[in-house]
Design a protein around this ligand. Structure first.
Ligand SMILES: [Zn+2]
Ligand SMILES: [Zn+2]
Length: 321
């Protein structure tokens, strides 16, 4: 039995204005019930759910709730957000992680407020620079109308997200001015975890190296066979070379980070899938850009004697983990 069901609504880091980062996660067992799921990031929400429902047999295997006979795909997509998602956990306030939330927020109701969770740096930026009654109406419960309930998370403290999942946030570095977040999510029934990184830069270039703290935790879980997946970004291909990273990873950096994890575990292989997110689709369209980075990662891992199963996140991807 799987511990998690993961649905990728969007996995890109731009610059194309669709399919930007958002992940729907729920415990791997049981039917869809109220508040059973959570979202990590919200670059794409209702449009990504609609796209998925438009695929044949989308809800047959439980990755989306079944559509009731009297509901359209459009209505059912809103139902997912309003009825089944207990909270949206934001990794950081960049537009490619919040665009869907901002646009969709106009369709949410005060009768069913949405909990918006994140580190204070993220929520403060969102309140000050987006939901500020200038860029967008203040829909928050911080002196606004209260459609969005801001839930400030304490770093490295696990809190329940709903009946089945618990979430622990770790602050990480993403360029000089932005704090991002890695979320460790625990399935309360199996005790298994998945680790979802927001945008992040390698410890070797960060002014404040903080990835090591997260990798130590991941290594401990790997040794106890209770880490089932790592979602981590690799924004640029290897040809990016020494060009500025803007707070991101390219393949060599990610391999170095994974080597750190392997060293902590004490063996040259990562025992759970590493799902690559946030590929930038500037020079190539999505599938080609992802394939380039996958090839780069596999070649570098082989060179360095690291065994790792890389999966490339793409819109509509559904995984049992
Ligand atoms: Zn991003
Ligand atoms: Zn970012």
């Amino acid at each position: 039995m799987s511990s998690f069901r993961l649905v990728v609504l969007g996995a890109a880091g731009g610059p194309v204005d669709r399919h930007t980062s958002a992940y729907l996660i729920r415990a791997g067992h049981g039917p869809w019930t109220r508040d059973c799921a959570l979202a990590i990031d919200a670059g794409t929400l209702v449009s990504g759910i609609k796209d998925l429902y438009s695929q044949p047999n989308a809800s047959d295997d439980g990755f989306l709730p079944p559509i009731a006979a009297d509901r359209s795909v459009h209505e059912a997509s809103w139902d997912v957000l309003e009825h089944y998602v207990s909270a949206i956990y934001l990794t950081h306030p960049h537009f490619d992680h919040i665009a869907g939330l901002v646009i969709n927020s106009a369709g949410l109701s005060n009768l069913r407020p949405m909990r918006l969770a994140g580190l204070t740096s993220t929520l403060h930026a969102l309140r000050s620079h987006v939901f500020n009654d200038v860029v967008w109406p203040n829909l928050t419960d911080d002196a606004g109308c209260g459609t969005l309930l801001l839930d400030h998370l304490a770093a490295a403290v696990e809190q329940p997200a709903n009946d089945g999942l618990a979430v622990e946030p770790f602050p990480v570095s993403h360029g000089h001015n932005t704090e991002s977040t890695a979320y460790l999510i625990r399935d309360c029934r199996s005790g298994n975890h998945m680790l979802v990184w927001g945008d992040v830069e390698p410890d070797t270039v960060a002014r404040t190296p903080r990835n090591i703290t997260v990798w130590r935790r991941a290594a401990d879980l790997l040794l106890r066979h209770s880490l089932v997946a790592v979602l981590v970004e690799c924004s640029y291909p290897h040809t990016h070379g020494a060009a500025p990273l803007f707070g991101h990873m390219s393949p060599q950096h990610l391999i170095d980070e994974l080597q750190t994890l392997a060293t902590l575990v004490g063996r040259p292989h990562i025992d759970c899938p590493v799902v690559i997110t946030h590929v930038k689709e500037r020079c190539q369209p999505g599938e080609a850009a992802r394939q380039t980075i996958k090839s780069d990662l596999e070649a570098l891992a082989k060179q360095q004697g690291l065994t790792c199963n890389f999966l490339m996140a793409h819109p509509g991807m559904c995984l049992n983990l």
